[in-house]
Write a protein that binds this ligand. Structure first.
Ligand code: HEM
Length: 216
């Protein structure tokens, strides 16, 4: 049970980050000055209590711990589930639980690989075609330029994977944290779907806006 609670709590923390990050990304529609100013502001959070840029490092530490705890708990829980059924089914039953479990595992792997790519692309700027530190607007616009449509495809696939992962994740987290009634389950299912759709739409809007020239 403790592992499931760790999964639920770390998952909720990561979702919180995803929503804040999405809102930040949408500032790109207000122009270069607004977006770059926002990125600069991120480095000044909690000043002068903390020195410049420290908040971001604390956030990085917190997110890394959450991601590691989430993956370790998931792995231990999956192994336990397998050990409880030593003889594999000859035919996988087409029940939702097993489908969800499989998509959660592969979805998780895709998201992890995406985050590694994303950090090399827009944080360290190693793989970014513009790669100017302090100029995130220009870096994002260069990233999703029409000639690099395959980067938009890569981001779109990853963002959709995040959406599926969240839909099941939010629903499971709510159940782990005590939701038990049939009505509550319907509400949880609906909430998970709506939150995932909002997130996917918000994230997808940025690369597609650049690809189509709405943002340049
Ligand atoms: C099209 C969608 C996205 C865009 C345009 C985008 C853009 C950015 C940019 C510009 C930064 C650098 C911010 C800065 O240093 O000021 C950043 C950082 C980050 N993004 Fe995204 N992002 C997107 C989707 C995602 C998704 C789906 C995830 C997670 C699954 C994610 C996770 C992160 C993380 C963890 C960081 C922080 C890295 C650090 O510590 O500096 N991003 N993103």
């Amino acid at each position: 049970m403790l592992l499931k609670i760790i999964m639920a709590v770390t998952g909720i923390l990561l979702i919180l980050f995803l929503f804040l990050h999405m809102i930040g990304n949408l500032k790109i529609f207000f122009g270069q000055a607004t977006f770059d100013h926002y990125a600069h502001w991120l480095r000044t959070i909690a000043e002068p209590l903390l020195p410049h840029g420290w908040f971001l490092w604390i956030q990085r530490g917190g997110l890394s711990v959450a991601v590691i705890a989430h993956i370790v708990s998931a792995t231990i829980l999956a192994r336990r589930a397998r050990a409880a059924r030593p003889v594999r089914y000859a035919h996988r039953p087409k029940v939702q639980g097993s489908y969800a479990a499989r998509t959660m595992r592969w979805g998780g792997v895709i998201i992890l690989l995406f985050v590694i790519y994303h950090i090399l692309d827009l944080t360290t700027l190693t793989l970014n075609p513009n790669g100017e530190s302090g100029k995130p607007y220009a870096n994002v616009v260069a990233d999703f330029a029409p000639g690099r449509w395959y980067i938009t495809v890569l981001y779109a696939v990853s963002i959709i994977a995040v959406g599926f992962h969240l839909r099941h994740g939010i629903f499971s987290a709510v159940r782990t944290l005590g939701q038990q009634t049939a009505r509550g389950e319907r509400i949880a299912r609906m909430t998970a779907l709506v939150l995932s759709l909002v997130l996917v739409a918000g994230y997808l809007s940025v690369p597609f806006a650049v690809l189509t020239g709405l943002v340049d």
